[in-house]
Ligand binder design. Structure first.
Ligand code: ASP
Length: 447
């Protein structure tokens, strides 16, 4: 597991496997959040949300911030090391081709599963009218929708090739100054790595040694951060429960919608990925899930593929035995452009809103959802709530009013946790398959 072999004695204080530590933090946080809510009900002057925001959440924010702090240097060091280690351009292009093709296929399959589920179950058709009127008329909801629409506006005004132009930064320092520019940093790192492959090896040896060493140090920083994972996860879970307790009644009214999203995600997680990992990756899915558990639990609690990336990388390399050259190339790209869970959610949400508003979608409109949800998930940042911002683009394309977003706001946080878990698992599944294809031998044997 992540925190054994190479870590120093300082980190060995906990001998328990990391996933159990995180799970304990998660369940403990959940129980503590419920306890705070109960106290709030017994003592009216006590606000559980306020207490959690002031005294509990900061520990979770500290933990997530330290993971985010690592993301850009990690991408730079691991990608430059990974690409330059490949030593030849044909391996890089075949790995790149496979990665993009697999990412696209899994996303399209996920959208289709979401569409079939939402059309068969029809959760929007049974939404009680009073609930619908309440959600659409809620002032706070209307304000949040306006904010989301304003963030989405930037994306909508762009030309068809703008996404491509956005990949190439004008300036490395400004690109690296924000985690939302990850794709630009990835581009720069791959470009730098390619130049290292093409340049005479004796001339680039010192730079290569530098990035090798930087990579080792950053991996150690991740190990140190993960030592605090149980506390961070506890704080995030407890504050989530305490802060959202007033939304729980709405949750039951939106139960069918939530069930549809979760069912779709479960089909991807326990149907699509096992098939791919076992057939193309030649790895037992139980082993895969066991190895990925720390990253999945972290994705669930942080709702951010970007914040989880350092841990995903370690899990895939150390627990699944995927070649670091492959993992460091496939995973940062995946965290930014491959979001199977998000695309599935966008398809379900778009059709749900249309059903609730009494809008019949034609076959052509459903096909439009396949294309736009795929592109919207590629464009979504790997941070909490980004999937909902890009959902505006999908709604726009099929002519469903944006105001319908108010219908799904209350449950978005919880569904974000679930879809981020699938997003991260999908990246790891593709890394496993590409790793197997590159090595041309079972993943387990490479470690
Ligand atoms: N939170 C998701 C992620 O980071 C994106 C989203 O669907 O909102 O992968």
């Amino acid at each position: 597991m992540i925190n054994d072999s190479k870590t120093g004695s300082f980190l060995k204080v906990w001998s328990w496997p990391l996933h159990w530590q995180i799970l304990t933090g998660l369940i403990g946080g959940l129980l503590f959040g419920v306890f705070l809510v109960q106290v709030g009900q017994a003592i009216p002057e006590f606000s559980p949300g306020d207490f959690a925001t002031r005294w509990v959440k900061p520990f979770g924010v500290l933990f997530v911030n330290s993971l985010k702090l690592i993301a850009i240097p990690l991408i730079l060091a691991s990608l430059i090391k990974g690409v330059s280690d490949l030593q030849d351009m044909s391996r890089l292009s075949s790995m790149g081709g496979r990665t993009i093709a697999l990412y696209l296929c899994t996303t399209v399959v996920a959208v289709c599963i979401g569409l079939v589920a939402v059309n068969l179950i029809g959760p929007g058709r049974g939404l009680p009218e009073d609930v619908q009127a309440k959600l659409l008329g809620d002032q706070a909801g209307v304000e949040r929708v306006a904010k989301i629409a304003a963030s989405a506006e930037k994306e909508q005004g762009k030309g068809p090739l703008q996404a491509l132009v956005d990949i190439v930064p004008e300036n490395l320092v400004s690109a690296a100054s924000s985690n939302s520019n990850m794709l630009q940093v990835i581009f720069w790192a791959i470009f730098f790595g390619i130049a290292m492959i093409l340049a005479p090896s004796e001339k680039v040896a010192p730079v290569k040694a530098f990035f090798d060493s930087l990579n080792t140090i950053i991996l150690m920083m991740i190990d140190i951060i993960m030592w605090f994972a149980p506390v961070g996860v506890f704080a995030l879970m407890a504050s989530l429960i305490a802060e959202t307790s007033s939304d729980w009644r709405i949750f039951s009214a939106l139960a069918w919608y939530s069930v549809t999203v979760i069912l779709g995600l479960a089909i991807v997680l326990f149907g699509v990925y096992p098939t791919l990992v076992m057939t193309l990756g030649n790895l037992s899915y139980m082993k895969f899930l066991r190895g990925m558990m720390p990253a999945q639990l972290l994705a669930f609690t942080t709702s951010s593929s970007a914040a989880t990336l350092p841990v995903t990388l370690e899990c895939v390399e150390k627990n699944l035995g995927v070649d670091p050259k492959v993992a460091s190339f496939v995973l940062p790209i995946g965290a930014t452009i491959n979001m199977d869970g998000t695309s599935l959610y966008q398809a379900v949400a778009a059709v749900f809103i249309a059903q609730a508003l009494g809008i019949d979608l034609s076959f052509y409109q459903q096909l439009t959802i396949v294309v736009t949800a795929t592109l919207a998930s590629i464009g979504a940042a790997a941070v909490p709530g980004a999937g909902m911002v890009m959902l505006v683009v999908v709604l726009e394309a099929i002519g469903v009013p944006q105001s319908g977003l108010a219908l799904i706001l209350a449950v978005d946080r919880v569904l974000d946790m679930c879809r981020t878990t699938v997003n991260v698992t999908g990246d790891a599944a593709v890394a496993t398959i590409v790793g197997r294809a590159v090595a041309n031998k079972p993943i387990g044997e490479q470690a």
